[in-house]
Ligand binder design. Sequence first.
Ligand SMILES: [Mn+2]
Length: 323
Amino acid sequence: MNDLFEKINNSFLDSNTVLILIHPNPDADCIASAFCMYNYLLKLGKKVDIFSYDKIPKEFNFIPLDNLIIHEIKKEINYDLFLLLDLNTVERSKINIDVPLNKTVIIDHHKIINENYPFFCKAFYIEKDSSSNCELIYRFLNEVNYNISPLEATAMLSGIVLDTENFTTPSTNQNSLKVASKLISKGANEKIIAKNLLKNKKIASLNFIGEIFEELNYCEELKCVWCALNQDILNKYKLSYHEVEGGIKNFLNKISDCNFGVLISDRDDGNIYFSLRTTKENFDVAKIANFFGGGGHKNASGFFIPGKLIKINNNWKISINNN
Ligand SMILES: [Mn+2]
């Protein structure tokens, strides 16, 4: 085993209670990572909880994780170790307790916002050019000789498939394809992924996307296209944000005659979210997101600001709340 994996594994062995942290608006990659690491830690005899700020969307029900998730930490529970998966700062998890950095282990594939940050942690395995967090989780579990089940293999493959948008993003390379093929040989079932995550669009969501794209805006100065949505329009179609975001982002990152695309969304939690996508090799949307305190990848990133998004006379307005 290489030194880094040994260091990470030793930090597990030295702990009795572990809290796994994932990012808000959880996706296949972080959910599958949490599921597999949860099972591995359980096998080591640890007491494990998973903290998610947001609910796990229904479409991920094929990964049996939902009743393992806690949304608020009771202050009296003390964890020996905090495991960050698919995010690289504690703040991003929106957890409600203080987490000592020297008790954290990070496994992630996002760009590091603060370069010194990971060095305060117990251990970190961050590969920002990796296709997905699940690719890293697979490598770790394989290295520690964990016996990956077909369901875990399916979960990890779903993380790779969704993060690489069906193996089309620039981070898709030999390594990610190799891991995907290993997962299939471990029993990963791509039909389950297609049924639950790829071919799951409702007619209402297509109508919704039609309305959103009818008013696609172009900003000449930045050479960017943008569109916006808020709870009112979601309610009109009886859809949740999660049911539509994939569809919209999948279009935004296929536009070739602009620098980048932006989805601006008000998700009714007091924040306005900006999701940025680009197809340009020489354009880095993570830099924009970093500037506004967010994060992500060169081709896909995001940030949020407190406020509300309102539509007045067909014009979108941002109302900032100052409290
Ligand atoms: Mn990811």
